[in-house]
Each structure stands twice: as structure tokens, then as C-alpha cells.
Design a protein around this ligand. Structure first.
Ligand code: DGL
Length: 274
């Protein structure tokens, strides 16, 4: 048994998008090992019911436990919205999502309390961002908008494409009319089209990437719990492991386009067994 401090962090998402969160954890807490799971067989979660997303998330948590993770980060906004509270009750290890860190930073950063949230249909339908922001900052106005096409456009690699820009113009029209001062990129894929969103929404709007704040809160949580890896095990050759439920090669190609290094292997597992 390796000491708890040296155990990996489990990070999961419905697919590739959570790599934007893993990337942030790698940047900000480089001593930590990561076991990443992308549910590429069952993506998207953003159009599924809460019951289904809870069932999927439970299975993934069970799988991650078999890899001896010391904590779990739900890197998916939809699963954070739908399954975090249930998993918190069921698991006896620390678990966090991306929604609360994102909402906290937006509530703090907003100059006029006029905040926009773009996310999947499920996250928007749950109103979790709105409710949490308003509990932190009563009186804040929160405009939520589902932008489902962004996920496909990102996966197609059209990050700075005129089509993506035209779609963004349409989705963000209401945000512009309402003059939001802060906009949360409330879906794992959206930070990858940040420059297009920036171009459309304008320079004066603060863009919030929940992944950034999540990594900071994770670092604090690990310290608080006395679980932070202090680098004793730096001989570890492969600090990052990747698992998927389907299409491992496609995942690998996407991962290599957004991570600062090339991943050597991605293993496919049958998540329905967990
Ligand atoms: N990972 C999802 C999220 O952040 C987006 C993709 C999906 O719908 O599964 O909400």
C-alpha cells in the first residue's frame, strides 16, 4: 500500500472536456498524480436525466476507488450539478465538483452583480449556478443559457472558426443585451473556445473558467486533510493515467491536442461492470 499522500486524485468527466480541469490541476498542483476517466461511450451527459447521471457517476466513483484514489474531482459541470450531493453522502473520501468553485469566483469578481452562465441544458435546467451565486450574493441577477452546439464544435476542433463565431453570436445575444459583467464558462468544453467567446461578448466582460478555481480549492482541500503529495515519490514514471469507456484512440488524439505533453496510453474499460 502506498501512503495516502502519494495516492492519485480521481478526475472524471463525461468525455474529453474534463481534460481542461485535469490540465489545470497538473499546472497548479504538479506533485499530484491523476487517474482520469472519460465516459466516452455515454457522452453527452448534458441531455440526460438526473437519475441517469447519478447512476453513471456512481459507477465511475466505484471504478476510481479500485485505482486507490485519495479524493475525487467531478470535472463535469453536469455531473457536478446532478450527482455531487449524492456521491458526497455515499463516499467516505473527499469529493468536489466544479460548479461551486466557479460560482464563488464569479460572485466575488462581478462588479455589478450581473452574471451570465453558459452551460449544458442539464446544468442550466438545474439552476445550480444561479441558486448558489444568489446564496453568496443576494440580489445578483443571473442569466443562464444552454449552448449545446458548442460541445460538438469543440470536439470537431473548430475552436476559432467563423461557424463557431456565428453560433456564439446567436447564443450570447441575450447576455449582451442584458449587459452581463461576468460570464461563467459553465461547461468543460467552453474554456477551449474562450477566445471566440471573448471576441463576441467583448473585452469588458470578466470570463470565469471554473477549472482554475477548482484546482486551487483542491489544493487547499488536500492540505487541510493532510493528503497533499509532498513529492516524496518523484521517481514515479507515469503520474497521469487515462481510462475511457470507448474510442480510446480518438480520446488520445484530443488529449494530445490540449495537454502540454503527449499521453502514451489510454485504456478502455467496461464501466457497466462497476
Ligand atoms: N462535460 C459536460 C459538462 O461540463 C459537457 C459535455 C456533456 O454534455 O457531457 O457539462
Amino acid at each position: 500500500m502506498i501512503p495516502v499522500r502519494e495516492a492519485p486524485i480521481g478526475v472524471f468527466d463525461s468525455g474529453v472536456g474534463g481534460l481542461t480541469v485535469a490540465r489545470e490541476i497538473m499546472r497548479q498542483i504538479p506533485k499530484e498524480r491523476i487517474v482520469y476517466f472519460g465516459d466516452t461511450a455515454r457522452v453527452p451527459y448534458g441531455t440526460k436525466s438526473q437519475d441517469t447521471v447519478i447512476r453513471y457517476s456512481r459507477q465511475i466513483a466505484r471504478f476510481l476507488r479500485t485505482r486507490n484514489v485519495k479524493a475525487i474531482v467531478i470535472a463535469c459541470n453536469t455531473a457536478s450539478a446532478y450527482a455531487l450531493e449524492t456521491l458526497k453522502e455515499e463516499l467516505e473520501l473527499p469529493i468536489m465538483g466544479v460548479v461551486k468553485p466557479g460560482a464563488r469566483v464569479a460572485a466575488r469578481a462581478s462588479t455589478g452583480g450581473n452574471i451570465g452562465v453558459i452551460a449544458t441544458e442539464a446544468t442550466v435546467g438545474s439552476h445550480i449556478y444561479r441558486d448558489y451565486i444568489q446564496s453568496l450574493r443576494p440580489g445578483a441577477r443571473v442569466c443562464e443559457k444552454a449552448c449545446p452546439l458548442f460541445v460538438s464544435l469543440v470536439e470537431e476542433g473548430w475552436l476559432k472558426d467563423p461557424v463557431t463565431e456565428a453560433v456564439a453570436e446567436r447564443y450570447l445575444q441575450e447576455m449582451k443585451e442584458r449587459r452581463v459583467d461576468t460570464l461563467i464558462l459553465g461547461c468543460t468544453h467552453y474554456p477551449l473556445i474562450r477566445s471566440t467567446v471573448r471576441k463576441v461578448i467583448g473585452e469588458e466582460v470578466t470570463l470565469v473558467n471554473p477549472a482554475y478555481e477548482t484546482a486551487i480549492e483542491l489544493r487547499e482541500l488536500l492540505r487541510r486533510e493532510g493528503m497533499d503529495n509532498q513529492g516524496h515519490n518523484k521517481t514515479e514514471e507515469n503520474p497521469y493515467e487515462f481510462f475511457v469507456s470507448d474510442a480510446a484512440e480518438r480520446f488520445k488524439a484530443f488529449a494530445n491536442s490540449i495537454l502540454p505533453f503527449d499521453i502514451t496510453s489510454t485504456r478502455q474499460i467496461n464501466i457497466e461492470e462497476y
